[in-house]
Structures are given as structure tokens and as C-alpha cells.
Ligand binder design. Structure first.
Ligand SMILES: Cc1cc2nc3c(=O)[nH]c(=O)nc-3n(C[C@H](O)[C@H](O)[C@H](O)COP(=O)(O)O)c2cc1C
Length: 211
């Protein structure tokens, strides 16, 4: 099937949304943990977490347009200045998925979806106890992207919690061993299979590939 710009435009809205959301491939599955000024912990699934830099260590995620819908996580980040990013494991993909429901401001997605907030390392934003890879971040900046009416939320890593046996001596993290889940589109979840490790690619070390 070939879809031109105009045929994409003519697709039914939901179908278009599903196709366009899936074409970037497998995205990381994460839960953003925040807490409101009133002390209510909030959890939201996001599939747009991206590495932005290692020194300083920065991660970002893309916040959807917020003109029509309330974005509790973002309000909390602005109020509190801190948030957490927690890998979704295959064991709790269903619970994680339902954190995307529009609960009212006074309902904690942790309670509603059966996940446990844990305030570790004296950090003010809640981590997800069930998650095996947890990151605590300080909000550094929010960058508006006018073409998509979205906002890139940038955070600097303050805490990183990973099981010892998932981290090798070179600092590589085996995501298969901690059952991190991948997301396609808005509702498909995948498990990960590690296929290979390759060395840093130097021109003089490139194998001879047959064409
Ligand atoms: C699979 C999946 C991925 C999502 N990824 C994002 C995302 O990257 N950014 C975003 O702003 N919302 C994303 N959402 C929607 C949020 O989870 C949803 O809007 C949630 O209600 C926001 O919660 P909040 O109002 O407590 O901040 C995603 C939803 C699903 C189901």
C-alpha cells in the first residue's frame, strides 16, 4: 500500500492517528511519576521518552497539546520541579496502559491502577515500586514545538535505580533481563529480545558485507 500526503489526510481520523503513531516503530514504555501540591501522586504512561545528552545526563519526553485537556503531570512538574521516569515491565503493561485514562485531579492513578508509589532516596517525586528501572529528574526546561503544538519536557537525572545484574561492567543495561516493554502506536505492547552487541563502528573495522 502506498499512501500519499493527500490520501493520509483523507483517512478516517482514528485510523490516521493509529497509522501515524505506529510508523516510528517501537518506542520505550515509561510511566511519569509526579506529585501535586496537595500531596496526590500522579502517574501517566508516555511513549516519547528520549535521551538528550549524557553530560549533563538529560532525558526528555514529549507532552501532548494541552489547550483542550488538563495535563496533571505537567502541572505537578511545574509546581514541584521534580518528576520520575519508570520503565514499564511486561508484568504490569495493563496497569500501565490504564494510567492514560482521564481520572479526576483528586484520584491517584497509582491507586486506580494498582501500582505503588515509593519515595526513595529522599526524592520528592514518587517512583513506581514495581518498575525495575527508575530515574529521578529535576525539571530543567520546557521547549515548545509550535508545528505540533507539543512541549518537550527536559529533565536532568538526579537518581538512577537499576538492578545490579542488569548492568554490565561497561555500563550497558540489558533491557530484556528486566522485562522492559516496548510500545507501538497507542495500544500495542511488545516484549524485547536482545539480538546482539556490536563494537563501536570504526571505518577500518567494518566487516566485508556481500551486496
Ligand atoms: C501508549 C500510550 C502512550 C502515550 N504517550 C504519551 C506521550 O508520550 N506524551 C503525552 O503527553 N501523553 C502520552 N499518552 C497520553 C497520556 O498517558 C494521557 O494523556 C494521560 O492522561 C496524561 O495524564 P495526566 O493528565 O495525569 O498528565 C500516552 C498514552 C498511551 C496509552
Amino acid at each position: 500500500m502506498h499512501l500519499s500526503q493527500s490520501s493520509i489526510e483523507q483517512l478516517p481520523k482514528v485510523k490516521r492517528l493509529n497509522i501515524i503513531n505506529s510508523i516510528s516503530g517501537i518506542k520505550p514504555g515509561n510511566l511519569v511519576g509526579t506529585v501535586s501540591r496537595a500531596g496526590i501522586p500522579n502517574l501517566a504512561i508516555v511513549s516519547s521518552v528520549v535521551h538528550l545528552g549524557s553530560h549533563p545526563p538529560l532525558l526528555g519526553y514529549l507532552l501532548r497539546p494541552r489547550d483542550e485537556v488538563r495535563r496533571d503531570s505537567y502541572e505537578n512538574i511545574l509546581e514541584n520541579g521534580y518528576f520520575t521516569i519508570n520503565h514499564i515491565s511486561t508484568e504490569f503493561i495493563e496497569k500501565a496502559h490504564y494510567t492514560s485514562a482521564k481520572f479526576d485531579q483528586h484520584t491517584s492513578e497509582f491507586d486506580a491502577c494498582g501500582l505503588t508509589p515509593s519515595y526513595d532516596f529522599g526524592f520528592s517525586a514518587p517512583f513506581v515500586k514495581e518498575s525495575k528501572l527508575k530515574v529521578g529528574l529535576r525539571h530543567v526546561e520546557s521547549i515548545s514545538i509550535p508545528s505540533s503544538n507539543t512541549t518537550l519536557i527536559v529533565g536532568e537525572i538526579q537518581h538512577l535505580d537499576i538492578p545490579d545484574d542488569a548492568l554490565n561492567e561497561h555500563g550497558y543495561i540489558n533491557l530484556e533481563s528486566i522485562n522492559s516493554a516496548g510500545i507501538s502506536g497507542l495500544n500495542s505492547y511488545y516484549s524485547l529480545n536482545k539480538l546482539a552487541d556490536f563494537p563501536y563502528a570504526r571505518v577500518h573495522e567494518v566487516p566485508k558485507f556481500a551486496v
